[in-house]
Ligand binder design. Structure first.
Ligand SMILES: *Cc1c(COP(=O)(O)O)cnc(C)c1O
Length: 451
């Protein structure tokens, strides 16, 4: 699609709508002359150049990429009106879009009932899920894998509940035996599972953890902030297809978090939390003397901890889903390309003398490190940091990221590496752009050249 054309259409559309309310005089206090705007904008544009090229396949670092043009147009058009999805009084159209987009997410996970909403981020979405967990299992703690996002331990502190980190196994998945031992203490009311850890995209065995948690009466929260949309590839044909069992079990979890601003093609400011039991809405009960006037229907602010939220985020997601719905043939094709890119790169690294694969990628995140001789943690750490820095300043630059692996985690996977410090940075590439698929051989060559 022609972004320039549709950005123009965005301003026209909103102007036509505004014109329907009759003329009025804009206040002179807000006047800015084009002659004054021009130098300010020039300075602004110059400052924005200080960025990494997230859009380009040579950027193979962290979880960053620009939104889809459909999301940009949806966001900007709605932003010109600036609805607030807190209440139907603040943005009836975008509140309805939010409910529809959230229903599509619920359907994607196989929830037959749901209550949910968008949030500003995965962090806030997880906070809400843990808040509901605390309210429904008062006095009990929360268990999460050592590889879970740091937010879980932190939010346990915020919520005043006891956090129980559970060791991960040699693939970065929650260790079920260790989980059972924690559950057996009787102090855990909720277990957090992760499908797609932030570090390496490891997928916890939801289908195996589920019966275990149920046996101990524990609630299950699934943090699928990064990996959630990969459920579209569960059982799919071709190399990108994922083992379906953990994803099929998601429908039985009590709550799920997914970040459309990661794999849903959205700009930042778009997370989502879904509860399987709509009845948990009772934990959010509050009185707002300022809002909730125009309708007796449910206002999204009545079921969220945040108050003001961008209606534009819902607009962007809704419009994107109209064109690239959360189905295998829609958004699934985008994820499949990244998944295939990760598999191809893993194969290239496996056949390389210069690089070693840290572990086989489960989604689209590849972990690897320079094959130093003699292999020791301190040398791997130093070489990874050097490749990261040199990659960015090379004449033909490549942008990677690093991940710190503990000595224990390393020993699980590479027992021959000498343990001369308590851990090492490895290289990490998140291949979340479909363009990575065509670029992966080039990436591999570029990285090899840095060694
Ligand atoms: C990114 C991420 C989060 C945090 O989400 P934000 O949107 O960055 O706040 C939480 N959990 C997992 C697994 C993530 O990948």
């Amino acid at each position: 699609m022609d972004l320039d054309r549709w950005l123009h259409e965005a301003t026209l559309t909103v102007r036509q709508w505004s014109d329907g309310f009759g003329p009025y005089q804009p206040h002179s206090a807000l006047d800015v002359a084009d002659e004054d705007f021009a130098p300010a904008f020039a300075e602004f544009a110059e400052r924005l150049r200080d960025n990494y090229p997230f859009f380009h396949p040579r950027y193979a670092g962290q979880m960053l990429k620009p939104p889809h043009p459909a999301a940009v147009v949806g966001y900007l058009t709605a932003m010109l009106i600036n609805p607030n999805n807190h209440a139907l009084d603040g943005g009836p159209a975008t509140a309805a879009m939010e409910r529809e987009a959230v229903a599509q997410l619920a359907a994607m996970f196989g929830f037959d009932t749901h209550l949910g909403h968008l949030t500003t981020s995965g962090t806030i979405a997880n906070l809400e899920a843990l808040f509901v967990a605390r309210e429904s299992h008062p006095g009990l703690g929360v268990a999460y894998s050592a590889e879970a996002h740091y937010t879980h331990g932190r939010m346990c502190g915020v919520l005043g509940v006891e956090g129980h980190p559970v060791p991960a196994d040699g693939s970065g998945r929650i260790d079920l035996q260790a989980l059972e031992a924690v559950l057996a203490t009787g102090r855990v009311g909720t277990v957090v599972l992760t499908t797609g850890t932030t570090g390496l995209g490891a997928v916890d065995p939801v289908h195996e953890a589920l019966p275990l948690c149920r046996r101990y009466g524990a609630r299950i929260h699934l943090d699928a902030a990064y990996g959630g949309f990969f459920t579209l590839l569960a059982g799919a044909d071709g190399p990108e297809g994922l083992p379906p069992q953990p994803w099929r079990a998601v429908a039985q979890c009590d709550s799920v978090v997914v970040d459309p601003h990661k794999h849903g093609l959205q700009p930042y400011g778009c997370g989502a939390v879904l509860f399987r039991d709509p009845d948990v809405g009772r934990f959010y009960l509050h009185d707002s003397p300022y809002t909730y006037f125009t309708s007796t229907d449910l206002h999204l602010g009545e079921i969220s901890l945040e108050c003001s939220r961008a209606g534009a985020s819902a607009a962007a997601l809704w419009l994107t889903f109209r064109l690239l719905p959360p189905t295998l043939q829609g958004l699934g094709r985008v994820l499949a390309a990244g998944r295939r890119a990760a598999l191809t790169w893993a194969e290239l690294i496996d056949g390389s003398d210069a690089l070693t694969l840290y572990q086989q990628p489960e989604l689209d995140i590849v972990g690897y490190f320079p094959a130093v001789e003699p292999a020791a943690l301190s040398a791997i750490d130093e070489a990874s940091a050097r490749v990261l820095a040199q990659g960015m300043t090379a004449p033909d630059p490549v942008f990677l990221s690093t991940l710190r692996a503990s000595a224990d985690a390393f020993a699980h996977r590479h027992p021959a590496v000498r343990r001369d410090t308590d851990g090492a940075r490895i290289l990490r590439s998140v291949l979340m752009k479909p363009e990575s698929e065509q670029h992966v051989h080039q990436l591999h060559t570029q990285v090899e050249k840095l060694l």
